[in-house]
Design a binder for this molecule. Structure first.
Ligand code: CMP
Length: 160
C-alpha cells in the first residue's frame, strides 16, 4: 500500500473519530497487536479492525453482560479483568487479551452467563453486523474464536 493511500485512510479514520469519539482509530493498533486473537494480522488489517470497533470502559463491579439478556456486542478485554459466572457453573476469570460475548452473536440465543468487571475494564466492542463481517473477512480470527470455544468446552466438561 502506498504512503499516500495510508495517509488518506488515516484521514478517513480521524474524521470518523471526530464524529464518534468512542470509535477506535489507527492509534489503537499498538494495543491491538498484543491481543492473541489478532496475532499475525498486518497493520492494515488491524487498522480496518479498529475502524469497526468502539472502545468502552467499565468501572470495577459493573455487570457488562447479563445471563438471559439479548446480546448485540462482542468484547475484547484490552485492560483489566472480568469474571464469567455461568448459571450453576464455576466462575472463570478473564484477563487482558481474552474475549467474551461471542456466543449470543454466533447462535442468536440469549447471553449464557453474567460477565462482571473485577477491576476497571477497558474493552474493544464490536457490534453484531461488524462481528459477522469480521468472521467472513478474517478467517484467522474466526479460527481463533473456534479454538477458544473448543478449549472452553473441554474445560466445562472437566468441571462436570
Ligand atoms: P455470551 O453467551 O454471548 O455472553 C456471556 C459470555 O460469557 C459468553 O458469550 C462467553 O463469551 C462467556 N462464557 C460463557 N460460558 C463460559 C465458559 N464456560 N468459559 C468461558 N467463558 C464463558
Amino acid at each position: 500500500m502506498s504512503r499516500s493511500s495510508i495517509e488518506a485512510e488515516i484521514a478517513v479514520y480521524a474524521a470518523l473519530e471526530v464524529r464518534d469519539p468512542a470509535r477506535m482509530g489507527p492509534n489503537w493498533v499498538p494495543l491491538l497487536e498484543q491481543v492473541p486473537l489478532f496475532a499475525g494480522l498486518s497493520a492494515r488489517h488491524l487498522r480496518r479492525l479498529a475502524a469497526l470497533a468502539r472502545s468502552k470502559r467499565f468501572a470495577d463491579g459493573t455487570t457488562v453482560v447479563r445471563a438471559g439478556d439479548p446480546g448485540n456486542s462482542f468484547y475484547v478485554i484490552l485492560e483489566g479483568s472480568a469474571r464469567v459466572v455461568p448459571p450453576g457453573g464455576r466462575p472463570i476469570r478473564l484477563r487482558a487479551g481474552d474475549f467474551f460475548g461471542e456466543m449470543a452473536l454466533l447462535d442468536g440465543a440469549p447471553r449464557s452467563a453474567d460477565v462482571t468487571a473485577t477491576e476497571e475494564l477497558l474493552t474493544m466492542t464490536i457490534g453484531r453486523s461488524a462481528f459477522t463481517k469480521l468472521l467472513r473477512d478474517e478467517p484467522q480470527i474466526a479460527h481463533g474464536i473456534m479454538r477458544t470455544l473448543a478449549e472452553r468446552l473441554r474445560e466445562a466438561q472437566r468441571s462436570l
